[in-house]
Design a protein around this ligand. Sequence first.
Ligand SMILES: *Cc1c(COP(=O)(O)O)cnc(C)c1O
Length: 426
Amino acid sequence: MRTPEHQAHDRDAADPGHRHLFHVPPADGGRYPEVAYLAGNSLGLQPRATRGELLADLDAWARLGVEGHLDAARPWLPYHELLTGPAARLVGARPAEVVVMNSLTVDLHLLMVSFYRPAGRRTRIVIEDTAFPSDSYAVRSQARFHGLDPDATVVRLTPRPGEDTLRTADVCDFLAAEGDTVALVLLGGVNYLTGELLDIPAITAAGRAAGAVVGWDLAHAAGNVPLALHDWDVDFAAWCSYKYLNAGPGALAGVFVHERHLGDPHLPRFEGWWSTEAATRFEMTPVSRPPATVEAWQISNPPILAMGPVRTSLEIFDAVGMPVLRERSLRLTGWLEHLLDEVTADRPLTVVTPRDPARRGCQLSVRIAGASAAELAKRLRYEHGVIADAREPDVVRFAPVPLYSTYHDCWRVADALAATVEGATS
Ligand SMILES: *Cc1c(COP(=O)(O)O)cnc(C)c1O
C-alpha cells in the first residue's frame, strides 16, 4: 500500500457523510473497533431511527387494536401513502406512479402480468446474460406461463468477447435490428455482478422505438444513482428496499408504472381489495373501481410493521437528497478505485466495473484470477474485518455506500487485499 492510512482519515474529517445515523457492526477484536462494511449493496445497515419508529407502530397496535386503522398517530389505512412522496422523489417519478408493496420478484411478476403480452412474432424477452438469477427465473417462468419455450423466448445479452460489461450502443443496435420480435426488455439499471450502470434513457428510447415495452429492475440502482423514471419514459420499474435503501432484510419493494399506462382499462392486472379506490373500498361491492394510479396494482392490505422501516429509510434519502449522495459517492468510489489500482497493478486482480464514473454507481467489482472469490472474501472478513460480497467463481464486490461508508473503509479494503493476495513482487 503506497497511500498512507492518515490520508484516509484526513478525507473522512473533510467529507464525513451521514454515518452517525446508522448502526455499524462492531468488530470482534482486531485493530479497529468496527468492521469495514462494504456489503451495503447486499444488505444496507440499520438506521438508528428505525427501532424507535417501529416500536411506536407496535405500541399503536397494543393500545388501539383494530382502531389503529384510523386512530393511530400514523393511521394504518393510508399508511402506504406516507411512503409515496419520498419514494417518488427518490426515483424521479410523479406520486401517482409509485407505490411500495410486496417484494421485488413478486412485483416483477405482477408487472409482467400487465406488461409482458406476447403476440404474433413479438414474443421475446431481453435480459442481460448476467441478470440476477431471480429475474432470469421470473422471465423464464413467464414465458412458460404463456405456453412459450423459455430457451427460445428469453434473449440473454452478452458483452463483446474479452469485455466484461455491455455497451449501450450494442444493446440499442440489437433492439433496432431485432426489436420487432421483442415484447419486453427487462434489464438491471445497475448490474448486480459487474456494477455497470446502463444508460437507462438511451436503452429505454431504443426499446420503445422498436415497439417493445421497457421495464427496469432497479434493485442496485435505487438509492445508489440518481433516477428520472418519468422523464426517461420508462414503462415500469421495481426495486427492493433492503440494499441501498437500508430498510432491513426482505424489506418491501417499490414499483413504478409510467403515467401513460395509469387508468388504462385494457391493461390486464391481478386485483384484490387494495386495487380498488380507497374512497369506496369499504362499501364492499363485488366489482372493483381501480384508481387511475399505480395503486391499482396493489392487491392486499399492506404490512404496516414492514412499512415503518421503509418510511424511516426514505426520510433519510429525502433529507439528504440523491444529488448530494451522488457527489459523495463519486468521491468515495473514485478513492477506492485509486487505492485498488495501487494494489491490483502487480496482483492477479482486475476491476471489472466500468472506469467511467458515469457508467457505474458506488460498487466496484474485482475479479481474482485462479482463486476462489468465496475463499478471498472469507479471509478479508476473518483476518481483516472487511465485509464484502463474493460471487462465485471469481468476483468480489465492494460497495462504499455514500450515506455511511468512510474513506478509511476503502483504505482497509485495499490494505487487506494487499496483505491477502500474493503479488508478483512480494
Ligand atoms: C436483490 C435482487 C433481487 C432480489 O429479489 P427479491 O424478490 O427481493 O428476493 C432481484 N433482482 C435483482 C436484480 C436483485 O439485485
